[in-house]
Write a protein that binds this ligand. Structure first.
Ligand SMILES: Cc1ncc(C[n+]2csc(CCOP(=O)(O)OP(=O)(O)O)c2C)c(N)n1
Ligand SMILES: [Mg+2]
Length: 693
């Protein structure tokens, strides 16, 4: 679609609209006395051209499933997005994903930029503001997400489109700056997108040669275009951000490029129009100041003293552009979808459920139950089996691993699961390569596209993707992060690979649920809880080594996992003098200690605690029932950092954990060396009993 013949008046309206975006950004940042005016001032025409002439987006329905996605990866330019959402009159949505008819962002919201409870926080936040597709601010995450969103679009098309019914074909546009392209995650994501040849992905690079510290050439001198060409992208240059015709032709080139992603490098002037601050980092990270703001407005031909001024005709102009075009596109789609529903009711039902994050009927059929077995199996293995069962009933459960699928057991092996690759976009096994961070960001992109995604890697390498996991939690999106090789129990690979502090770190993350199941049946129960989550990400932490499958006729059922912690083995008579507690592979150690202590007449209880956060959410009565205050002799056993266990063992308790990094040796030798033996647990129990008296 090219910019149509313009009359003089509509050219003037274009300029007015662009300058409205600029001055709203200037005024909002000035009023908040914080924020970044420079990037919105520069990028206003780039955003305007995209929204007004290209983006297939209906402001009246910001959750229309086939809308083009706009991601502002340089989230510090948030006012660019808020001003655009306001001018395009994007509507709000409720938690049921219905349009409320209210505006997503009003002029009052813009006046309350960066204030408490406003819809215009410092950086764009998913869930807070309708029309914000993903939370951005930590540079590189947005472009990382965009790859997942583009994968989702291609996968949805492969699964749901039928001859004459192109239900999914949306494009993904991501604005980004020097920072996004310097960050490792941006490079990983670009490399992955190039490999996958995603033709629906367009990054628009704000090439202003400035970062926060000053000229970008203090740290960033590579040839970005050459780099992206080498990744396999189509690279397009726009030498003047204010030339709408050239911008439009760049966007058209993207639309016509069917065999690879597109990078549009736009040369811009940060703080465009501010005479003393343009092209300097002074247009960045702080308000322009009253005087400079006035001079910029003068440059734009604006009334110099007007604040938050929206000239007549601007809102109507957007309505006649994106408003009208978006409405027509969406109603044509709705009509098509109506026919599709009649012809393919089952597929339409799947699409509908996905939008609401509901599961298909019978999603939990065929779930295994594992017989007691002293030798047992690794929880990575039981999880791999469960994943492969559930994935057959939940067609939109998909994911992959950062080059460790054979080790982390995340591969979908059943007939038809397939690999997602250029040329086979219907596959459900993603190959992220050794790119954990881009994997995390892409998985977030899949989740905001309403696919149920999982990732896989060694637990220790969560460190390489942690920023994305944090954003999944902040966004409250149901990603499933699978981590295997969860402790020194991985053995010979040694301390470089043995996680210590990772459990404590993820337990400290709000909104995230961490599960460390003790045996195969706890794994099944964990998956049951996980699949029903709609608004929480999960870390599922699994062993490399075999753990016994517990005899559930002897011990409590594994369904206790749903409460986060439960009494696994009770003291004879039900009144314990001692509580042993642990997670994962150390639970069976608690049980062998239990046998010995019980045989010595010490009334012992064992509590399995696979998910602390869920346990904390239980009633006071339940918590008191599991960990009665009166029982002061307590021992925790977990082969990880001891941080946090004091909460459960109390001042007279004993914590068996890792107070140093691990070592390279066979697992059994490591467990012995670091005190994870029945003998040591029994000894700690005796000490705890003595201390508690
Ligand atoms: C991961 C991360 N590191 C640091 C920052 C702080 N930060 C915000 S904007 C910015 C400068 C980014 O420069 P660029 O991407 O070129 O944006 P421009 O200044 O051109 O708008 C920095 C370092 C951040 N938001 N995220
Ligand atoms: Mg820059």
């Amino acid at each position: 679609m090219a910019v149509s013949e313009q009359t003089l008046t509509s050219r003037q309206l274009e300029t007015l609209s662009i300058n409205t975006i600029r001055t709203l950004a200037i005024d909002a940042v000035q009023q908040a006395n914080s924020g970044h005016p420079g990037a919105p001032m520069a990028l206003a025409p780039v955003a305007y051209c995209l929204w007004q002439y290209f983006l297939r987006f209906d402001p009246a329905d910001p959750v229309w499933p086939n809308r083009d996605r706009f991601i502002l990866s340089n989230g510090h330019a948030s006012m660019l997005l808020y001003a655009t959402l306001y001018l395009a009159q994007v509507r709000g949505t409720n938690p049921e994903y219905e349009s409320t008819g209210e505006f997503a962002v009003t002029l009052d919201d813009i006046k309350r930029f960066r204030q408490i409870d406003s819809k215009t926080p410092g950086h764009p936040e998913y869930r807070v503001t309708a029309g914000v597709e993903t939370t951005t601010g930590p540079l590189g995450q947005g472009v990382g997400n965009s790859v997942g969103v583009a994968i989702a679009s291609k996968w949805l098309a492969a699964r749901f489109n039928r001859p004459g019914f192109e239900i999914f074909n949306y494009n993904v546009y991501a604005f980004c700056g020097d920072g996004d392209l310097m960050e490792g995650v941006g490079s990983e994501a670009a490399s992955l997108a190039g490999h996958l040849k995603l033709p629906n992905l367009c990054w628009i690079y704000d090439n202003n040669r400035v970062t926060l510290d000053g000229p970008a050439d203090a740290s960033f001198t590579e040839d970005v275009g050459e780099r992206f060409s080498a990744y396999g992208w189509n690279v397009v240059h726009v030498t003047d951000a204010n030339d709408l015709n050239v911008l439009a032709s760049a966007y058209s080139t993207f639309e016509q490029t069917k065999d690879r992603p597109t990078l549009i490098i736009v040369n811009t002037h940060i703080g465009y129009g501010a005479p003393h601050k343009q092209d300097t980092n002074e247009a960045h990270g702080e308000p322009l100041g009253e005087e400079e703001a006035r001079l910029a407005k003068k440059f734009y031909g604006w009334p110099e003293d007007a604040k938050f001024y929206v000239p007549d005709g601007v809102l109507e102009h957007f309505q006649q552009g994106i408003g009208k075009r978006g409405r027509e596109l969406r109603s044509a789609w709705s009509k098509l979808f109506g026919e599709y529903e009649k012809k393919y009711p089952e597929l339409a039902d799947e699409i509908d459920r996905m939008q609401r994050r509901e599961l298909p009927q019978g999603w939990d059929k065929n779930l295994p139950s594992f017989p007691a077995d002293a030798k047992g199996m690794a929880t990575r293995d039981s999880s791999g089996k469960v994943l492969n069962v559930i994935a057959q009933s939940v067609p939109w459960l998909m994911g992959g691993s950062a080059d460790l699928a054979t080790s982390d057991r995340t591969r979908l092996k059943f007939e038809g699961a397939g690999d997602f690759q250029a040329g086979s976009y219907g596959g459900r096994n993603l190959h992220f390569g050794v790119r954990e961070h881009a994997m995390g960001a892409a998985v977030n992109g899949l989740a905001i596209s309403k696919i149920r995604p999982y990732s896989g890697t060694f637990f220790n390498f969560n460190d390489y993707m942690k920023p994305s996991v944090r954003l999944a939690a902040l966004m409250e999106i149901p990603c499933i992060f699978i981590y295997t090789h969860d402790s020194i129990g991985l053995g010979e690979d040694g301390p470089t690979h043995q996680p210590i502090e990772q459990l404590a770190q993820l337990r400290a993350t709000p909104e995230l649920l961490l599960f460390r199941p003790a045996d195969a049946n706890e794994v099944v129960e964990a998956w049951k809880v996980i699949m029903q989550l709609q608004h929480k990400p999960v870390a599922l932490v699994l062993t490399r080594q075999a753990v016994p499958t517990l005899d559930r006729s002897k011990y409590a059922p594994a369904s206790g996992v749903a409460k986060g912690a439960y009494i696994l083995a009770e003291a004879p008579g039900g009144k314990p003098d001692l509580i042993l507690m642990g997670t994962g592979s150390e639970v069976s150690l608690c049980l062998t200690a239990y046998d010995q202590l019980t045989s010595e007449g010490i009334k012992t209880r064992v509590v399995s605690m696979p998910c602390w956060t869920l346990f904390e959410e239980q009633s006071d009565e339940y918590k008191e029932q599991v960990l009665p205050r009166s029982v002061k002799a307590r021992v925790s056993v977990e082969a990880a950092s001891t941080l946090g266990w004091d909460r459960y063992v109390g001042p007279t308790g004993k914590i068996i954990g890792m107070r140093r990094f691990g070592a390279s040796a066979p697992a059994k030798d490591l467990f012995k060396k670091f005190g994870f033996t029945t003998e040591k647990v029994v000894q700690a129990a005796r000490e705890a009993i003595a201390q508690s008296k």
